[in-house]
Design a protein around this ligand. Structure first.
Ligand code: SF4
Length: 454
């Protein structure tokens, strides 16, 4: 892959990751409980739409300094007991609003560290969810795992509850990097947990890595990748570290002088792409890799890949109902986010109301642009005729002025245009966030400082 460092310098500017469109900073408190209740009612009129459930389990015993999640750091395991009480009530509130015919095709435990719950608590939560909702026979149940906070009993409890997908945060194996971000675990620890996961019969294992962390070098990350290849995961997510200390003040604990330069990050990224694609993985979307026969790779080939708050997914046409503090639900016409502070989240549930803090009602234009950005982020191309028929518009005239803004990307070799479509080149893939920003109607009005795109 040939990428000019000057291009990195030119395009490495703040921009969204587009796990939603519009992005969370545009959510407003003017969208509250009434709007959310109304959208659930409308959504539920079509009673055969599939469900995707997300549960946010925010507790972690210590803070990783790069963390961008909404977390509660505590050594008091008993705080989970109170949280689960409220979460169970929220499950009841959602359950009674959804038609019982609707099937869950996807469930995800995220956090925080879901396995900060004890194995018995996992069984209790799992049973509650299964009693409350009907699952499709081939549903995907995934859980995020931290190798430092998990036992064989946790893995077995998750399997007993039907979990079939494991996703573990590894980030980097280099000890100096781990120390610089306050997250220390050995390779042996990860391998042992992977053995438990495989023995228990999970169908799929994903590992998360992060590049752009302090003290990483292209050589050291290559070594981490070699160790990862020995573990042989089905999928890998290789995230670009988002350094946003103005939004996440604890990231100030990371020494900026130790962060790799844009040139080093580019070299790391090249090594990632070359190593993984020559080792049987397909490059998926912006930052994922999957074995050739993995559903993600197949979905990408068939152009049915989806992108949402959990990253890339194969499930289209599903409504995401999210529970737990700070979690974000997504229906066709609304995003709704729960309160991010525990006292208010608890207080709303005590009052018997859905604990929504803010949200966003989608206009027709928002829905059209969301589709365009999601197709770009998933397919790395836009076919004008396909988009016109999917969206019920004349794509060329609807986006006439936006399309002219792509000239510079074309000149720089980041995309090619034909009569009928835009195709992002191999080099352009690194800049897909920048290219997608062309279709974002809110960017100019945004006061938000996003992380850098490369
Ligand atoms: S374990 Fe995960 S969620 Fe918890 S602090 Fe570390 S990165 Fe954040």
């Amino acid at each position: 892959m040939q990428v000019d460092l000057n291009l990195i310098k030119k395009y490495n500017k703040p921009g969204p990751r587009y796990t939603s469109y519009p992005t969370v900073p545009h959510f407003s408190e003017s969208v509250g409980i009434n709007e959310w209740e109304e959208q659930i009612r409308l959504n539920n009129q079509v009673n055969n739409r599939d469900l995707s459930l997300y549960f946010h389990l925010p507790f972690c015993p210590s803070l990783c300094w790069f963390c961008g999640c909404t977390v509660v750091i505590t050594k008091r395991q008993d705080r989970t007991v109170e949280y689960l009480d409220y979460l169970f009530t929220e499950i009841d509130l959602i359950k009674k609003r959804l038609h019982p015919n609707r099937k869950v095709v996807q469930l995800h435990f995220g956090g925080g560290t879901p396995t900060y719950l004890s194995p018995d608590q996992i069984l209790g939560l799992g049973e509650k969810i299964h009693r409350s909702f009907t699952f499709a026979h081939d549903s995907e149940l995934g859980c995020e795992m931290d190798p430092r906070e998990i036992t064989k009993e946790h893995i077995n409890a998750l399997r007993e509850m039907g979990f079939n997908r494991a996703s573990m945060g590894v980030q980097d194996f280099k000890p100096a990097v781990q120390k610089a971000v306050n997250r220390i675990h050995s390779k042996e620890m990860v391998k042992e947990v992977v053995d438990w996961i495989r023995e228990a019969g999970f169908q799929s294992l994903n590992l998360d890595l992060i590049y752009g962390l302090p003290l990483q070098t292209p050589r050291s990350f290559e070594k981490t990748l070699q160790d990862i290849l020995e573990i042989n995961p089905d999928r890998l997510a290789i995230f670009n570290y988002a350094h946003v200390p103005w939004m996440k003040p604890h990231q100030k604990l990371i020494k900026e002088s130790e962060l790799p330069s844009p040139g080093e990050k580019l070299d790391i990224l090249k090594i990632v792409i070359e190593t993984l694609t020559s080792s049987g993985y397909v490059y998926i979307g912006m930052d994922h890799f999957a074995k050739e026969n993995d559903e993600l790779a197949i979905a990408q080939q068939e152009k049915s890949l989806q992108r949402n708050f959990q990253g890339y997914s194969t499930k289209s046409g599903v409504d995401i109902y999210a529970m737990g503090m700070s979690s974000i639900s997504q229906l066709d016409f609304i995003y709704a986010q729960n309160f991010k502070d525990l006292p208010t989240y608890y207080n709303r549930i005590e009052k018997g109301v859905l604990p929504i803090e803010k949200g966003f009602i989608m206009s027709e234009d928002d829905i059209t642009r969301r589709n365009v950005i999601m197709r770009l982020m998933c397919d790395m191309e836009l076919d004008y005729n396909v988009m016109s028929s999917q969206l019920g518009i004349d794509f060329r005239s609807y986006f006439k002025s936006d399309l002219t803004k792509l000239d510079e990307f074309e000149t720089d070799g980041l995309l090619v245009r034909s009569q009928d479509k835009i195709t992002i080149t191999e080099e352009g893939r690194l800049f897909v966030r920048n290219i997608s920003m062309t279709f974002d109607a809110y960017l100019d009005k945004s006061q938000t400082r996003y992380s850098k795109t490369v």
